[in-house]
Write a protein that binds this ligand. Sequence first.
Ligand code: UPG
Length: 302
Amino acid sequence: LASRKEINDEYYNVWCIFTKVTSNSPLRRKFKIFTASMLKLTSVNLAFHVISDPASREIAEPLIRGVIATSGKSMKVTYYDVHVLAKQLEDIVSTMSPYFSSNPGTYYSDALFFLSLGLHRIAPENQKKAAMFDADTKFRTDIKELFEEFSKFGPEALFGLAPELTPVYRHVLYLYRSKNPGTLFGEPAYLGGFPGFNSGMVLFNFEKLRESLEYDNILSMDSVDHMTQKYYFKGHLGDQDFYTILGMERPELIHKVDCGWNRQLCTWWGEHGYSDVFANYSHCDARVKLWHGNCNTAIPDD
Ligand code: UPG
């Protein structure tokens, strides 16, 4: 008989947030595309963990059942109440939101965007690794290939993330960059710089995160206050602002995944003051494995 541990290892854990959805929300259609593309292309067994509120769950359940039926495959699905999780991670949310939220104090809009930072505390103990995706993404390849990235993690890596493909952190780091001419922070990855991270796709080494006393320290108010002052950083993109600071301060903690695993399509910054440099940021030579239709951008059909 296989032990419980072995049984759990057969499943690849996938997390997604699906909240504040009504029957006519665009997020409903996006979530269906995400789920269907993932299931269609997977060659491994998936355990799908959906963070939702009661009304959104009512929409998610039949939708996922339909996707599973159409695919002819099976998938384990578990739902989590976003209000319960927000309460469990209140400490993280209250530390982070003054620095990385455009409108701090708006419970639970806030919590939503910081959940990934404490996901290791929420996920059942037997989950060792996981991936999380925005619902506005679409797979073009087998998710098994993404999980192979874990074998490339350095000894200290806690997360795996792909680069931000816009100049948003060039903008946010304006003051730091003016005081530190020549810095690579805020420069495009394509030209050898560090443009920050995008959190549309996040890989988690839960095992390491749970045992890391250092990570708890980094998440503390003192540490976040120190790092944000050092970089004159005031963000508005939640968890990915924190990952971006971590990528500057402690690069060994984040494994860099190629841009093809989070091919963002939003062109907003190209139309708002950065038309001269935008192409350098959005440049991605890698094969597209996951589209990200961020800022409501349409995803190509292929
Ligand atoms: N989400 C919900 N309900 C909401 C809003 C968001 O479930 O009402 C979930 C959903 O999974 C969604 C994700 O949160 O995909 C992210 O929100 P979304 O509105 O899709 O943000 P994006 O337009 O994809 O991304 C923008 C930036 C991106 C940044 C993100 C974080 O482009 O770079 O990571 O905002 O706030």
